[in-house]
Write a protein that binds this ligand. Structure first.
Ligand code: AMP
Ligand code: GLY
Length: 428
């Protein structure tokens, strides 16, 4: 039987998911924006509000979907999986209650404490912004302040790094959120470890390193992610095998505590002097990390999804032994003051060894134009991270005025700096 798969979401991550599924099934897609990459791969594409569960369910029924895969956190938070369940359409993604591991940072930390999940950070939670701000001013040491709800990766402020404690307290008082988590500031390098999860099985994927900050040298505001890399190994040049295993142990402990969890479980960790500590969990693939992981996954994605639905053991995952570097082209001024409306000129037919993934763009009659969020990404492949970086940079070509990338992601200089930093952190 040919599966009829509904893909929910229209970002770069969903373009990568569509790419991994195309040719193996009938593909139907829906998103708020018409992603030209997904549109080209799908048998049908419908523009709809993916945070409206009924609209997604109606489309799933119309196309007689035999399974669904939900990319972004918005539809998970809105209960799209629960609504599809109610129509007997199996969706690979957590139900709303399980997605709280991402959508409610208060739940995230309390869950870790209740279930002794390894990698916990010191934290306090508040349901009143003044009390949270007073605490920030009075507590010893640097902190990270986080609104409890979803903020697209842009709500966190870290003292001693981005802001002073007085500025953090002021931000907490005025940002308009009531519920806050205040955590100890974790010091080290960040890594992402993601796993496919269903029926209690956890199948991890290679570690990735994302770059959240907008500008070269990790300067500027936090973004949704400017680019990321993976190595030929499952670890990274500044990550040990033991650290990787500890990250997987943490993901497994989450699933032990949430046995109904299904979908991708994303762990973001700080490699500290005391081992990996959890920065956050996401209830879905990372974007950009999916753009590294899915193109090199040799196990068909469809096999993972159907095994999950059918209650079969999830297949062991195979990955090509290649390094990948993904870079996002974003509008000038992103994320604080983005200028959209630039015509995209990237030419995929000229790529040697790279993939193009469209994200938040507007496909018009006369071409593809940028909006105010991340526009498109290029993933390069190579026998080392710097080789893959060179491929990605060559494929990106000369960017039109109005678009920029972070030039340092995946370069030898930045990698060496991360390795030196981890040596200092570990006291080697
Ligand atoms: P989040 O939205 O939780 O991923 O946080 C966004 C970014 O803030 C992370 O990628 C980290 O760089 C930083 N961050 C979050 N929590 C902490 C923490 N406890 N210590 C240091 N940095 C943090
Ligand atoms: N790369 C960070 C995220 O997907 O949230």
């Amino acid at each position: 039987m040919t599966e009829r798969v509904l893909l929910v979401g229209g970002g770069g991550r969903e373009h990568a998911i569509a790419d991994a599924l195309a040719g193996d099934c009938q593909l139907y897609a829906c998103a708020g924006n018409r992603n030209p990459g997904v549109d080209a791969l799908a048998d049908d594409f419908r523009q709809l509000d993916t945070s409206a569960p009924d609209a997604v369910v109606d489309y799933a029924v119309d196309v007689e979907a035999t399974l669904a895969v939900v990319g972004p956190e918005g539809p998970l938070a809105a209960g799209v999986v629960d609504a599809l369940d109610a129509e007997d359409v199996y969706a690979f993604g957590p139900e709303q209650a399980d997605a709280r591991i991402e959508t409610d940072k208060t739940f995230q930390r309390a869950f870790m404490a209740d279930h002794d999940v390894p990698g916990q950070a010191d934290y306090e939670t508040f349901d009143d912004s003044d009390a949270a701000a007073d605490y920030v001013e009075s507590v010893d040491g640097d902190v990270a302040v986080k609104p409890a709800g979803l903020t697209g990766g842009k709500g966190v402020r870290v003292t001693g790094d981005q802001v002073s404690k007085a500025e953090a307290a002021d931000y907490v008082r005025t940002a308009g959120h009531q519920e806050w988590v205040v955590e100890e500031r974790l010091v080290g390098e960040e890594v992402t470890v993601q796993a496919f999860v269903a029926n209690g099985d956890v199948r991890p994927t290679p570690a990735a390193h994302d770059h959240g900050r907008a500008y070269e040298g990790d300067e500027g505001p936090n973004t949704g992610g400017m680019g990321s890399y993976t190595d030929t190994e499952w670890t990274l040049p500044f990550m040990t095998d033991d650290e990787y295993d500890a990250c997987v142990d943490t993901l497994e402990a989450v699933v032990d505590g949430l046995p109904s969890y299904r979908g991708v479980l994303y762990g973001q960790f700080m490699l500290t002097a005391d081992g990996p500590k959890v920065v956050e969990f996401n209830a879905r693939f990372g974007d950009p990390e999916a753009l590294n992981t899915l193109p090199t996954m040799e196990t068909p994605l469809l096999d993972v999804l159907t095994a999950a639905r059918d209650g079969d053991p999830l297949p062991d995952l195979e990955f090509a032994d290649v390094a990948t570097v993904c870079k996002y082209a974003v509008p000038e001024g992103y994320p604080t003051n983005p200028e959209g409306g630039t015509r995209v000129t990237v030419d995929e037919s000229a790529f040697e060894d790279a993939n193009l993934f469209y994200a938040s763009v507007d496909a018009r009659e006369d071409g593809v134009y940028t909006t105010t969020s991340r526009s498109y990404a290029v993933t390069g492949f190579g026998s080392s991270i710097p080789d893959a970086e060179a491929e990605a940079t060559a494929a990106l070509g000369d960017l039109p005025e109005g678009l920029r990338v972070r030039t340092d992601i995946g370069t030898r200089e930045l990698l060496d700096e991360r390795v030196r930093h981890m040596r200092r952190v570990r006291g080697d």
